[in-house]
Design a protein around this ligand. Structure first.
Ligand code: F6R
Length: 606
């Protein structure tokens, strides 16, 4: 949610910022802007509505003088519409600033500091700039500290002060900021993707610490203005993995990276054929002692949790709940020290998930997080972390991160079953063999995309689509519907197949696409009956079953199969079909697959 970058050093700052903004664009792309400082304290602003490409074009033709220090921002609008005025950077007096987050008390601050009539935008960010400028009397640290006392909300700020050339001040609360120092200068950004081409080591700016960036060094100051040593981390991604590598869109590349991502996530955790979390220091007592499990997450990560529940409850015979993080955090959840809270997040920065995690810890529950981004806030604040190894996921629609979240659900379910005496060694080993067989099953799907493309051409004309299934199939259908709606803008609703006739079936008419899942043997015939019901009302049925399933003549218009011996393991290949269906539908509508409207990759505001 909003991408921010700052640079001071010996390179051309404009180039560093524009390149960084392109890499961060998945975080928001309503508008973009940069501020360049001329080495004497004069700051020039360049802003454009729309994608970073528009800003690049303007900057390329503007004859901008060389600058070695600047800040840049790509926006996901929260307060105020998508206009040039509302685009960042914002200026007030001597202060130029970019912001990711939300200043919750900006109305109140507008009154307190009599800002009415002075503001040129509708943003909370401009109010923050005004407040910092209000306190500024030549001492940036004092001004920032004073502002921090009155600003409420989440923020990551990069600030230029007009009379302090070549220096950038940064501070954050909740919203992420990572920084790196190299021979070329000092860099700060919302996330690593913009830094990895400059440095392989970085650090996370601690909350409420002020970071002062100069071209040859970075100073980190704690809340008492005492210098502290940053905790350096090593990047575990390479530059190539954050680029398109010949694919037309990141999403397609990431779909194809799933077999490798699953292997990387699963294989290092297998010892003697069973899942083993010794390296992660996740003790078996965590799994043995809990009486129930609460999975907490948002969006796709939450749907991975739905698969986790459908897997775990029958295996473990303890209650497993799946909670939407934004609900969990405000609805007095039932969790205590006997509840194992499993938090799932690709970015590790989703604000609702983070707040839910903090609440769970306050309630005394041990928290195990399944996170993709190393060193992210959720990972750092959890009691235990199981990192997924998807590498950087750039497309806004999550694909490979979901796949490895599912893989992690399998690993946890298996280890827990074993530890709790519900699985023998033999059963555990067979489970893991089945899990690994999902990799060739996915590869098989990736080799035959023509039929999926055909199905997409049928879907693209529809205004409504339905995804139906029972049990695990219902959990997959939720993710399938989300993928389709977010990148093709076609209404897609997932329904438990047996529930359809209690209302929603009224919406089925001639040619309405229904994606039906029947990979679960124990409810296969029941689902087939539900498909007959929609078919009788004219639905165009795309059916997914196991290869071994025998389907009645004429039950569907298109039939896809997945190679799985065991019903528990149909999810990974099935979901790849759904991802490709969404991808090709979006593509055939001529949409920007990687940057769907209104969305941003990492949701760091409420
Ligand atoms: C959808 C998607 C989102 C995220 C959700 C949680 O394709 O990507 O629904 O899954 O915003 O994000 P993380 O996993 O970063 O917490």
């Amino acid at each position: 949610m909003c991408g921010i970058i700052g640079y001071t050093g010996n390179l051309d700052a404009k180039e560093v910022l524009l390149k960084g903004l392109s890499q961060l664009e998945y975080r928001g792309y309503d508008s973009a802007g940069i501020a360049l400082e001329d080495g004497k304290g004069d700051v020039s602003l360049y802003k454009q509505v729309g994608q970073v490409a528009n800003l690049k074009e303007v900057c390329q033709n503007a004859g901008i003088p060389l600058s070695h220090c600047g800040i840049g921002h790509t926006r996901w609008a929260t307060h105020g519409g998508v206009t040039e005025q509302n685009a960042h950077p914002h200026q007030a007096g001597k202060v130029t600033l970019i912001h990711n987050g939300i200043i919750e008390n900006y109305h109140e601050l507008t009154d307190t500091y009599h800002l009415q009539g002075q503001l040129v935008s509708e943003t909370d960010t401009e109010v923050a700039a005004q407040v910092i400028d209000h306190f500024y009397d030549g001492d940036p640290l004092k001004a920032i500290h004073s502002a921090l006392e009155v600003l409420k909300g989440s923020f990551a700020f990069c600030i230029l002060f007009a009379d302090i050339p070549e220096r950038i001040y940064c501070v954050r609360n909740v919203s992420p900021l990572v920084a790196a120092m190299s021979e070329q200068g000092a860099f700060v950004a919302s996330d690593l993707t913009a830094l990895i081409s400059y440095s392989s080591s970085y650090f996370i700016v601690p909350e409420y610490h002020i970071m002062v960036m100069e071209k040859d060094h970075i100073t980190l100051l704690d809340e008492q203005n005492q210098p502290v040593k940053p905790e350096m981390l090593e990047v575990n991604w390479d530059v190539e993995s954050a680029q398109k590598g010949g694919y037309p869109f990141y999403m397609l590349k990431e779909i194809h990276e799933q077999p490798e991502a699953i292997r990387k996530t699963v294989l290092p955790r297998i010892k003697d054929g069973l899942p083993d979390f010794e390296q992660e220091q996740i003790p078996d007592s965590l799994f043995r002692n809990c009486q129930n499990i609460a999975i907490v997450a948002c969006g796709t990560a939450m749907y991975a949790g739905m698969v986790g529940k459908a897997l775990m409850e029958p295996m473990l015979r303890i209650p497993v709940s799946v909670n939407i993080a934004s609900e969990f955090r405000y609805e007095q959840p039932l969790a205590d020290e006997k509840t194992l809270v499993i938090v799932i997040s690709q970015s590790g920065e989703t604000i609702d998930t983070l707040a839910a995690l903090r609440l769970a810890k306050n309630l005394g529950a041990p928290v195990l997080s399944v996170v993709n981004v190393k060193g992210s806030t959720i990972a750092r604040e959890s009691d235990y972390v199981l990192y997924t190894h998807a590498g950087p996921e750039i497309a806004v629609a999550s694909t490979k991160a979901y796949a490895v979240q599912l893989a992690s659900m399998y690993l946890i379910a298996c280890r827990m079953s074993f530890v709790r005496g519900r699985y023998t060694v033999q059963e555990g080993k067979a489970f893991i063999e089945n899990l690994l067989s999902c990799v060739p099953a996915i590869e098989k799907i990736l080799e035959q995309t023509d039929e999926i493309e055909k199905a997409a051409h049928h879907i693209k004309a529809a205004s409504d689509t339905y995804f139906i299934g029972r049990g695990l199939d219902y959990a997959y259908s939720l993710e399938g519907a989300l993928k389709l709606k977010e990148i093709s803008y076609i209404h897609a609703e997932a329904y438990a197949a047996g529930e359809l006739k209690h209302g929603t079936i009224a919406l089925i008419e001639e040619n309405t696409p229904v994606v039906a899942f029947a990979t679960q043997s124990h409810v296969f015939q029941k689902t087939i009956s539900n498909i007959r019901e929609v078919r009788a009302r004219g639905a165009y049925v795309i059916l997914i079953t196991k290869e071994s399933a025998e389907i009645p003549e004429g039950i569907c218009d298109i039939h896809f199969t997945v190679d799985a011996k065991n019903d528990q393991f149909t999810g990974l290949p099935t979901v790849v079909i759904l991802q490709l269906l969404a991808y090709y539908t979006s593509l055939s509508k001529g949409l920007d697959v990687d940057k769907p409207r209104n969305l941003a990759k990492s949701v760091t505001v409420e």
